[in-house]
Design a protein around this ligand. Structure first.
Ligand SMILES: [Zn+2]
Length: 314
């Protein structure tokens, strides 16, 4: 039976694990080779070969960045040279040369946010649930839906991106709930992505209070009763829960594992969960928003979950 080799390529480290269909064991960790394309391909190839991979084994890669399914290129801020090549094809070629025969299974590549969703659905907070909508609340907002351990990709692979679309409406600035309309990286203005992550919370706070604080300071101030921070968090929870409730009515998800830096703010997650439960059509009996369980291992477990799902296909 082929073994499942899983690589997580992050900003700082490349980590390798191998799964046998049951467990997943991490076997190597090396600094990410960021110098140039040749160093990168050599470094990844050597890591896999040192881990004992054969031509008959499967290889899956989780990577921080966005993958263009049409040509296999990867947009990753820390690895700019990956925009020039089809990463899977290049690695298959390099490994095939070493093995002296072509690899028997195609290399699978998936971004870390989708991996997080599949990891939490199969092994983490969404284990034993059919319909899981996993979200990232980090510097910005992301999300992905997994149904019965399969990622819902949708047109162009963009399903689940609840952070985009003009949601923050133009309002009379004299209204209490007025929020800034901020241009988003997607080209729209007023996306939840512009107000729902750490940078968004900071923008809300600056807008309401003319004060620059980082997201952690705003959350801490809210917990200790600071009036300005309470106003910012109130705005934040109001708008983010609006969008999330709509997303949950559409997806019908049973649970929402949350990842990203802001998922560690337990009280904020609790408050957001309370607001969402009040707005969804059918409040769930158990907490909807729960912190993801796999933490920094989400990339490895997620690509493993995808390979298991695909290798069990007829
Ligand atoms: Zn957007």
């Amino acid at each position: 039976m082929p073994r499942h080799y899983c690589i997580d390529i992050g900003g700082s480290f490349v980590r390798l694990a191998v799964g046998d269909g049951q467990t997943l064991n991490q076997i190597a960790e090396r600094p990410t080779p960021v110098g140039n394309l040749t160093d990168f391909l050599d470094g990844v190839t050597e890591t896999v070969l040192a881990g004992g991979m054969h031509a008959s084994d499967r290889l899956g890669i989780s990577i921080t960045g966005s993958i263009d399914a049409s040509n296999g290129t990867v947009q990753a801020a820390h690895l700019p040279f990956l925009t020039e090549i089809d990463l899977a094809a290049n690695l298959e070629n390099a490994l095939g040369q070493f093995f002296g025969e072509p690899m028997r299974h195609s290399i699978i590549i998936q971004n870390d946010a989708d991996c997080f969703a599949q990891a939490e659905a199969r092994f983490g907070a969404g284990k034993d649930r059919d319909n899981v909508f996993a979200i990232i609340i980090g510097t910005g907002i992301g999300g992905a839906q997994v149904y019965r351990n399969r990622l819902i990709r949708g047109f162009g692979g963009a399903a689940g991106e609840w952070g985009h679309g003009p949601f923050v409406q133009k309002q009379d600035p004299s209204l209490q709930g007025h929020l800034p309309q901020i241009a988003c990286s997607c080209g729209q203005t007023g996306c939840i992505n512009t107000v729902g992550g750490a940078r968004g919370l900071e923008a809300i706070h600056l807008f309401h209070n003319h004060q620059t604080l980082d997201s952690r300071q705003i959350v801490d101030g809210w917990i200790s009763g600071d009036k300005a921070c309470r106003r910012s968090i109130s705005s934040y929870i109001s708008i983010v829960s609006d969008a999330l409730a709509v997303a949950l009515n559409i997806t019908g998800a049973e649970i929402v594992p949350v990842g990203g830096g802001m998922s560690s703010a337990g009280k904020l997650l609790e408050a957001l969960n309370g607001a969402v439960q009040q707005k969804v059509l059918l409040p769930r009996p158990d907490p909807l928003l729960v912190r993801g369980k796999l933490g920094e291992d989400g990339g490895l477990w997620g690509i493993y979950a995808r390979m298991l799902a695909e290798s069990s296909e007829p």
